[in-house]
Design a protein around this ligand. Structure first.
Ligand code: F6P
Length: 535
């Protein structure tokens, strides 16, 4: 229910704790935290796998090895209804205002639905967004056709780099260019320097993506890249494509190739906009449209599937259950696909920047746990690092396995064992085992009853499958945000650190640390002495 006007727009102000479903879930939580046994659940519910797994575009989502069953799912679905999820979902998909602190829509789904499904743009602004996306695809084709461009260096950070970086790696077999494409994000100059060392100024094109055109890291990397071009007598304006929601600022910086991204498209949802340029250069217009189409298919599923069979809804509710009710502090994502090795980093921004908040949309404080920390590493590498902790550590952590049914390499003896490992790990977490004769009691005991979810892509990790996977995660984050009553589309929490970094930078160059706390002053003094000694 939206009942408070705020800047002319209704702000959702419900506290989920006041809903009957939340209270019912609180009553259920103790049992599922302490007594519920997955092994027993599979014995008493012969159809548990069928009942707790859903099909979504391009994938099977197996939720059956989680610490829940019908009574919990029923109450979680009731909670979604009591928090007005269907209405909030329509607002999102129709491009209405959902980000109330910034009085903005979050147009990622509306944009791809209009662009790929021929859905009539709901407004002149959306028609412009579609035109901007077409301009990006045309620019990508121009870059691909330019024989003088051997290297494309994409500069951006956070949402302006994580999506492109993930998609470039994930879709390597679908690249249709010989051009090399690099992503540089870090302020640490080692990142850019290592990339420039592989490139030649006469054959390098830079893409600078910054929605705000004010992010220090990106602007500093762009300044350094421009200097590198200038040293070879090249005008950066000829070799830099800017992508931004502030085209005037890019123009004021002397740039002339400028692609616009919508101001009401969150940075972490921007892969689907002009920020996808390096991906479109790599996989071509048709490939990029396939990526969008996969995401739009998931948008449709999210919009239309009944809540009880709706993959993003169930996953978002599962996150609420584990975090707010079973008090699990983190969740682990393990992609059993080498090309998805950056997925945990991508999801960290998507989920933790979106829902790492303790204030509701109307400004009131939350009194329950919201987003869990998210971490992970590609399997099977992770098995030889932190799986010991997952199997025998003191805390239970929900694990998410992500795998593709088909591989896209020709090496025998890899893919089936890879899938076998993923499935076996999920099985081991659930079943556990007791040490037998000749084994070490305790040391070789596995408690089991540890939850996991399995996302299995139907075929290979293709552009539409990746699109669907990422849209699934986007909507899942939205669902849990709605249930927690928080705004998933702002990120005020990153501002303080940015502001203090400016102050410290000024102090470092001026050499004055008066008024700082002792630790900050001590570190600054030590860092300045060390960096002077090496300069
Ligand atoms: O620091 C957080 C953030 O604002 C992200 O939300 C965003 O994706 C990133 O910085 C980069 O911002 P921009 O695209 O404006 O440079």
């Amino acid at each position: 229910m939206a009942n408070q006007p705020f800047g002319g727009t209704a702000v959702p102000s419900l506290n989920p704790q006041t809903t009957p479903a939340w209270q019912a879930l609180e009553r259920l939580a103790g049992h599922y935290a302490h007594q519920f046994d997955l092994r027993q659940a599979f014995t008493t519910e012969p159809k548990r796998f069928q009942q707790h797994s859903v099909r979504a575009p391009h994938m099977l989502v197996d939720l059956s090895k989680n610490l829940w069953d019908e009574p919990v799912v029923e109450q979680l679905l009731a909670l979604a209804m009591q928090m007005d999820l269907p209405e909030r979902r329509s607002q999102l998909l129709n491009g209405e205002i959902v980000n109330h602190t910034e009085q903005q829509a979050a147009v990622h789904s509306a944009l791809r639905l209009s662009f790929t499904c021929g859905r009539a743009p709901a407004s002149a602004a959306m028609a412009q967004n579609c035109a901007d996306l077409s301009a990006m695809l045309a620019m990508a084709e121009t870059i691909r056709a330019d024989a003088t461009v051997h290297d494309v260096v994409h500069i951006g950070i956070g949402g302006s780099s994580l999506g492109p970086e993930l998609a470039l790696q994930a879709l390597r077999p679908y690249w249709r260019t010989q051009q090399r494409i690099h992503v540089v994000s870090n302020l640490d100059g080692h990142d850019l320097a290592e990339t420039l060392a592989q490139c030649h100024p006469a054959h390098t094109l830079f893409i600078a993506a910054s929605k705000s055109w004010s992010t220090f890291e990106t602007l500093q990397n762009l300044r350094s890249a421009s200097g590198w071009l200038q040293q070879s007598g090249i005008n950066p304006a000829d070799r830099v494509v800017a992508i931004t929601a502030k085209p005037n600022a890019a123009q004021a910086a002397g740039l002339k190739h400028i692609l616009r991204m919508p101001a009401d498209l969150g940075g972490r949802y921007s892969l689907w906009s002009a920020v996808g340029l390096p991906v479109a250069v790599a996989i071509g217009e048709a490939g990029f449209k396939d990526l969008l189409a996969g995401a739009a298919a998931m948008d449709d599923h999210f919009a239309q599937a009944p809540l009880a069979a709706n993959a993003p809804v169930l996953l978002g509710l599962l996150d609420v259950w584990y975090s707010s009710f079973l008090r699990m502090p983190s969740r682990c994502v393990v992609p059993y696909h080498h090309r998805l090795r950056r997925l945990p980093a991508y999801l960290q921004q998507l989920d933790m920047e979106s829902n790492g908040k303790t204030v509701r949309q109307n400004g009131s404080a939350v009194e329950y746990a919201t987003a869990m920390a998210l971490w992970g590493e590609a399997g099977t590498n992770g098995q030889h690092a932190f799986f010991q902790w997952l199997h025998q550590g003191a805390q239970r952590t929900p694990v998410e396995f992500v795998a593709a049914s088909q591989a896209e390499h020709a090496l025998p003896g890899h893919h089936t064992p890879l899938l076998a490992n993923a499935i076996a790990q999920a099985q081991a977490l659930m079943l556990g085992s007791k040490s037998g004769p000749g084994q070490l009691p305790g040391h070789q005991d596995f408690s089991g009853n540890r939850p996991s979810t399995f996302l299995l892509l139907d075929g290979p990790l293709s552009p539409p499958a990746l699109g669907a996977l990422l849209a699934l995660y986007e909507h899942r984050t939205f669902v849990s945000g709605v249930v927690w009553g928080i705004n998933s589309f702002d990120q005020w929490g990153v501002e303080l650190g940015k502001m203090l970094a400016k102050d410290i930078l000024q102090r470092a160059s001026g050499g004055h640390w008066q008024g700082l706390d002792a630790s900050t002053a001590g570190l600054l003094s030590a860092a300045c002495v060390t960096s002077e000694a090496h300069s």
